[in-house]
Design a binder for this molecule. Sequence first.
Ligand code: ZN
Length: 282
Amino acid sequence: MAKERKDLTPEEKEVKRRRNRRRRLLVYGGLILVLWGFWLWVPWEYDFIQRRGPHPNPKVDPDSEKLFHKGTKVMVVTAHPDDSEFYIGGTLAKLHDAGAEIHQVIVTDGDKAYYGPFTNAAENRKVRRVEATAAANAWGGTDLVILGYPDGRLHSSETLVRRLQKAINDFKPEYVMAFDFDYPPRMSHGDHRHAGEAVALAVEKTPSVRWLMRFSTSYPNYVSDISEYWPRKEDLLKIHKSQFFGSRLERVTNMVEDSAVNDGERIGTTYGEGFRCIQLQP
Ligand SMILES: [Zn+2]
């Protein structure tokens, strides 16, 4: 039996229109709120407008004979407990073999691990400190300091810059290695960017530093040949068991290998690690 269709009065039509508008507002508003909350929660940053690189971007030699030399002091500042092995593990092992003295500062405590909603922060902190220490021992770091800022929420504050200045002035390195804040990959971790920014500010008042070598950069001007060190870099990644295991370890290793092959191609070697080097002192 056909349903009898009732014509709506103008008042009823108006009520229906309002009800639909309210519903639409609720659905779209809710969606925007959820997306906005998600954007605030994820630690990643994305450049909607791609940054233009330095032009020209000539190759630079950061006095590499001096860099890979007995007694040269190098300080590495990273954001998370696995960053140094991930980005420059081959170069660090090579530096150690050359006799350099390497101190490391890790700015956050890595308490979020993989940013899952139900991870135990205290346990993450503990495990990741153990892994970072084991990894630094494996490539030959002489000192490791974890500043303990919360993972995923780092900002370049005056206090952080001062603490980095103090660490650098106490050790007096000629070389500082840190994340590239000016030309990071288009999508990268906010902590990486902010740690790199804080280091760039800190080295303005640290007279010992001759070279700032920035890694995780879209515009390297120097590549360290790590062809001989690739197997050691693979082993260093495996030390961070809480982060890289099973198929994830395989995925991460392949990703790091692709990047090392790309960097190696720039200088005609099998594997490399790229840096954007800035000379601060003659
Ligand atoms: Zn990181």
